[in-house]
Design a protein around this ligand. Structure first.
Ligand code: GSH
Length: 211
């Protein structure tokens, strides 16, 4: 398997899942120029990361990749099996992270894509922060009294939450103020697989793993 990723992005979730699975894989880190190259766009028409190549399959879209990895690796224990109530929960939270939490960050990182007026960037970012707060609050409430996003063990939903919750540590209302999310992110940051991903990316966890 080969993962196309960029350090610190949402593709970090796939990298973590690959580490949890433990099968051989390669990671190619792309920058914002190579992401738009004709060769890469053949694999991922949106010109974004992640893309997973698994044999003859080239799969874009983080959520699709995570579900593929769960189903292809039933012994890895990274997500519940089809037909269980917990699997429905997995779908629910992957969709929420992919379709709501993640897009709420786009105006924060790329305000120029959301207004043609440069003087409007700060207002676009402020609106983004209100939406991020709404999504993180909802997830934080879900995590009250829970050890993980879905069921009783860690899953790809936690891996998917990891990069986005990590981005939030730099905001005016930082992820540390969402106590239940912060608890899960600290656990993940201390996970040897996650630490291996950070080392491969040359990035650091946004939380002090000794705390
Ligand atoms: N819907 C895609 C979105 C992927 C996405 O937005 N990736 C970001 C990194 S977190 C990216 O590559 N952005 C580059 C760009 O938008 O030009 C997915 O969930 O995989």
């Amino acid at each position: 398997m080969r993962l196309y990723s960029t350090p610190g992005t949402c593709a970090t979730a796939i990298h973590i899942a690959l580490e949890w699975i433990g099968k051989p894989y390669e990671v190619e880190h792309l920058d914002h120029v190579t992401m738009k190259s004709p060769d890469y766009v053949k694999l991922n028409p949106s010109g974004v990361v992640p893309t997973l190549v698994d044999g003859s399959l080239a799969l874009p879209e983080g959520m699709a990749i995570l579900l593929h990895l769960v189903d292809q690796n039933p012994d890895a224990n990274i997500g519940p099996t089809v037909g269980t109530a917990e699997r429905n929960d997995l779908h629910r939270w992957l969709v929420y992270i992919s379709g709501t939490l993640h897009p709420y960050f786009w105006p924060h990182f790329m305000p120029m894509r959301f207004t043609t007026e440069e003087k409007g960037y700060a207002a676009v970012q402020e609106a983004s922060h209100m939406l991020i707060d709404k999504a993180l609050t909802l997830i934080d409430q879900h995590l009250e009294g829970r050890d993980w996003m879905v069921g009783d063990s860690k899953s790809v939903a936690d891996a998917f939450l990891y990069p986005m919750a990590s981005w939030g540590y730099d905001l005016e209302k930082p992820t540390g103020e969402y106590k239940n999310i912060d608890r899960i992110i600290r656990k993940l940051a201390a996970d040897p697989a996650v630490q291996k991903v950070h080392a491969a990316q040359d990035t650091s966890a946004h939380v002090d793993v000794m705390a």
